[in-house]
Design a protein around this ligand. Structure first.
Ligand code: GLY
Length: 312
């Protein structure tokens, strides 16, 4: 396949259209990933990514993002940053550094200011209202779950020159503790990409995704010869089954992957997980990964399914 792109959740749709336009005109995958994710970050209706996303327990919005270039395995990541308009752009620039490429909080914000990235108040009134309501609820900070029906936006792409890249962006779990960081900016857990093999990314409860380092696990399985869909399924299955001998019930986790030839895969421990794909052979479309006892079926949702899907 000349080019290919995949993104998590239905909310990836408009972003992937932007990426698809770049890739079909022989643009670079790194530009496609940055532009696609920036578009999602700018949209206030997605409350787990960028502007308008939901804050931590203290009512502060702390964002995480990461970017990886599959050609030389360079990566950049930022975590717990406030009021950076497009965290993915900062992560992309950091991926061009040899050292100091993963920065947190004030250090990351200082880097963003020095490099003239745009700052804005990322917390909007709708998010503050949601926080005000939630803080009065008896929520259990030890049992936070991922947002229902959406979470981290992750995108993986392949361009016509066989370059691959991955990017992720999230506000993390709603009502998380201040300073809490999930899987998304953690290489190997939230994302991984090697242009000689393929890329993978994860969304869901970060603490549980990190226990299985799901993204590198998928890429390693592809390296050992598993096809991309089998690699996604086996990674989730093995990881979930590992908890069977414990008293612990893992939270929700979903993964996407793209191999070096542009074939895609997805898997989840949710009932259903929507994602978006585009390629030379496939106009941008939403697909759904359906999980029945950790056996995955991928189907194209009809109008009815889309109408009933209440989430981003
Ligand atoms: N997967 C996002 C998080 O746990 O922060």
């Amino acid at each position: 396949m000349k080019y290919s792109m995949i993104g998590t959740w239905k909310m990836a749709f408009d972003g992937i259209i932007i990426g698809e336009n770049i890739l079909k005109n022989d643009g670079n995958v790194k530009t496609a990933i940055e532009e696609s994710i920036s578009h999602i970050e700018d949209n206030p209706s997605f409350n787990s990514v960028g502007f308008g996303s939901l804050p931590n327990i203290e009512g502060e919005l702390e964002l995480d993002a990461a970017f990886m270039d599959g050609n030389d395995l360079s990566f950049g990541a930022i975590c717990s940053v406030k009021n950076i308009k497009n965290p993915i752009k900062v992560a992309h620039l950091l991926s061009e550094r040899k050292r100091n490429c993963y920065l947190s909080s004030h250090g990351a914000e200082k880097f963003a200011r020095l490099n003239k990235f745009e700052f804005k108040n990322m917390l909007n009134d709708i998010a503050i209202d949601r926080w005000n309501k939630e803080i009065k609820n008896n929520f259990d900070p030890d049992n936070l779950e991922a947002y229902d029906g959406h979470d981290t936006v992750c995108m993986i792409g392949l361009d016509s020159n066989k370059n691959m890249a991955v990017g992720v962006s999230t506000s993390g779990l709603f009502m998380k503790q201040s300073g809490r960081v999930g899987d998304s900016p953690v290489i190997g857990s939230g994302f991984y990409c090697d242009s000689l093999i393929g890329g993978a990314a994860a969304t869901g409860v970060g603490e549980d995704i990190m226990k299985g380092c799901l993204s590198i696990s998928i890429v390693n399985r592809m390296k050992m010869g598993e096809d991309v869909q089998t690699a996604c399924e086996n990674s989730i299955k093995d990881h979930i089954e590992r908890f069977k001998n414990t008293n612990y019930t893992p939270g929700t986790m979903s993964v996407i992957a793209l191999d070096k030839n542009g074939n895609f895969g997805a898997a989840t421990n949710r009932e259903e997980f929507p994602f978006v794909v585009a390629s030379e052979n496939l106009k941008t479309k939403i697909l759904v990964c359906k999980n029945s006892n950790l056996k995955m079926e991928i189907f194209e949702p009809d109008e009815e399914w889309l109408k009933n899907y209440d989430y981003d």
